[in-house]
Design a protein around this ligand. Structure first.
Ligand code: PMP
Length: 400
């Protein structure tokens, strides 16, 4: 039986139409399939591969750690140098109040941890979240998810969750002394790149402060330089009480984190002790890879190049016949009339060796969120292919 048959027979499927390409290799901004076709990767494993696939520094760090030890003990008991060194590096680049890191396996687990921590620290029952938000697919994170289509089949969900319109003042009036936390993406990704107003974010943070409600910012997708600053919250003049990270945090290996002050984090240590338990969270290999990736990000000044690269994408796509292009840094959404049209364009791009997809809550929007190492020449190549594909689909529509 070939790999394709085995894939459909023995791997749990989550869609009737998975891509089902066999990947043979990935390096830098490219993927290669089993037939040897190269694809310029415009989504980087969905905002994971900021420093590209298999960056040599990341590979070296993985090899060096594999030489020492892999899993040795559940999270939080033994001192493991990759964990402490990475936590120190992260907190050195965060505001002073965000100085304790809890490493998890994934973004969703970090969201679960943040929700538990907020309830435990405040002793309050309610969590506020937003329409069109994505925070993960586990039962708790799913309860926050901002689209009824994905929630409805899995009821009963978490009680005490209230949902509001993103970037709308209504939420601010509702936050009160029963609200444990407000959780939101600093910039909404799966909604198709939605950037809130700075004044709204600041009013939200002020109301949280006033009521002792924790502000939880999910930067699983928008953190780590994708939006042009190391952390997206820097652009809004606010500091979260809990920061949630994932995706690029592990440099291509699975890693998430929730980060808060020592005072808040301390509440996981008593009543009950071991307030959040994870066997593999903060795996030494993942922390070693993540730390190396972050060092590359900082040393190669990838963040600093993001706005120039965004500008080039926008210049080259300026005349594209589409509804709108939204972007913040290297998170770009090209909005078309329908999902069908977007899909046809994307399929043509794939055939021409450029890989991208769409946003979960905005399937009519093309997702462009490439590795931050993408070069000027690769951006030009990508935009030429997108431009050609859009015109081919439009021509085909007219003639049929
Ligand atoms: N938050 C955001 C903003 C995300 O985009 C995602 C993943 N797409 C998650 C949380 C969940 O991360 P994971 O898939 O690692 O559980």
């Amino acid at each position: 039986m070939n790999h394709r048959e085995l894939f459909f027979r023995h791997l749990a499927q989550t869609s009737a139409e998975p891509l089902a390409w066999e990947i043979r290799k990935a390096e830098g901004a490219y993927l290669w399939d089993a037939a040897g076709n190269a694809y310029l990767d415009l989504i980087g494993g969905i905002s994971v591969c900021h420093v590209g696939h298999r960056h040599p520094r990341v590979m070296q760090a993985i090899a060096a750690q594999a030489d020492q030890y892999l899993h040795v003990m559940v999270y939080g008991e033994l001192i493991q140098s990759p964990q402490v060194q990475y936590a120190e590096l992260l907190t050195r680049h965060l505001p002073a109040s965000l100085h304790q890191v809890y490493f998890t396996n994934s973004g969703a687990e970090a969201v679960e941890g943040a929700m538990k921590l907020a309830k435990r620290y405040t002793g309050r029952p309610h969590i506020f979240c937003f329409h069109q938000s994505y925070h993960g697919s586990t039962q708790g994170a799913l309860s926050l998810l901002g689209d009824e289509y994905w929630r409805q089949a899995y009821r009963p969900l978490l009680p005490g969750v209230y949902r509001f319109i993103y970037n709308d003042d209504e939420v601010i009036d509702h936050i009160n002394h029963q609200t444990a936390c407000v959780i939101l993406e600093t910039i909404q990704a799966e909604a198709g790149v939605v950037v809130p107003d700075k004044s709204w974010m600041q009013a939200l943070a002020a109301r949280c402060r006033q009521t002792g409600t924790l502000l939880v910012l999910d930067e699983v997708q928008c953190g780590f330089g994708r939006n042009g600053t190391l952390w997206a919250f820097e652009q809004f003049g606010v500091i979260p009480d809990i920061l949630v990270l994932g995706k690029a945090l592990g440099g291509g290996l699975p890693l998430g984190a929730f980060i808060a002050s020592r005072e808040i984090m301390q509440s996981l240590t008593h009543d009950p002790v071991l307030g959040h338990i994870t066997t593999f969270g903060g795996h030494p290999l993942c922390c070693a890879a993540g730390k190396a990736a972050m060092e590359v990000l900082l040393e190669e000044q990838l963040c600093e190049q993001v706005y120039e690269k965004e500008k080039l994408f926008r210049q080259l796509l300026e005349h594209l016949p589409c509804r709108e292009i939204r972007s913040r840094g290297l998170m770009i959404a090209i909005e078309f009339d329908s999902f069908e049209m977007n899909k046809q364009i994307i399929h043509r791009c794939w055939k021409k060796g450029v890989f991208m997809d769409w946003y979960l809550f905005a399937p009519h929007c093309m997702r462009i969120a490439p590795p931050l190492i993408i070069t000027e020449q690769q951006i030009q190549q990508a935009c030429t292919v997108i431009d050609e594909s859009v015109h081919e689909v439009l021509k085909h529509q007219k003639s049929s």
